[in-house]
Design a protein around this ligand. Sequence first.
Ligand SMILES: [Ca+2]
Length: 219
Amino acid sequence: MDFAGEKSMRKTAVLGILALALLAQASVSWAATVTFCDSRARQTLRDMTLTVPAFPYSECGLTGAQVTLEVTVDGQFYGENTGSCLPSGCAWADTNDVWLVLNDLNGTALNRQYRYAASGTLQGYDGVMDFGGPSGYTSPYSWAAFSSFGMTYPNLALFSNPVSVPIDTDAFSRLHNPGNGTYGVSTYITASLCVTYSYECVIGVQPSPWARVKGLYRD
Ligand SMILES: [Ca+2]
């Protein structure tokens, strides 16, 4: 066979493979997940709204949505007595109440309340304003209000738009300390809302007309 004949046979074979592939009606499907989060770094306790985006793939079908909430509140009592005390010391006793008011995506209340209380005894001023030593104290706490808190929603239509969880916060502290000194309480919040979408995609391959097949293999 001469070179021209061999080329012609190769061309015919490739054309046949293309025809079989493009004339066959087939579809390709796959399942996957994707996760989006709205996270807030640790900051002084305040109201916030966490928002995650809608399911983004209009060409695929949403099969599930798992929402996970994480909220941690932490803080500390601190104080330094700058006066003198009786040999038995000066007592301190602090209390901090924290409220979180929020609803899940169905409007069901998920409110949480936490109280941190601590007490101790201080001596006369040690000369260093460091909230430590014999006349000072620092008393930290951490409250995991929502830890990997999962919410599943059978009504997937919820996720055709972005979804938000507003969190209203409040705190009330009571400090009982010796009369001379510096005392306080700090309260922080760290939070994140994540949604993991499960979905399936199907891409159909439509039959192609013979003219298109030939068009793909022109000299
Ligand atoms: Ca001190």
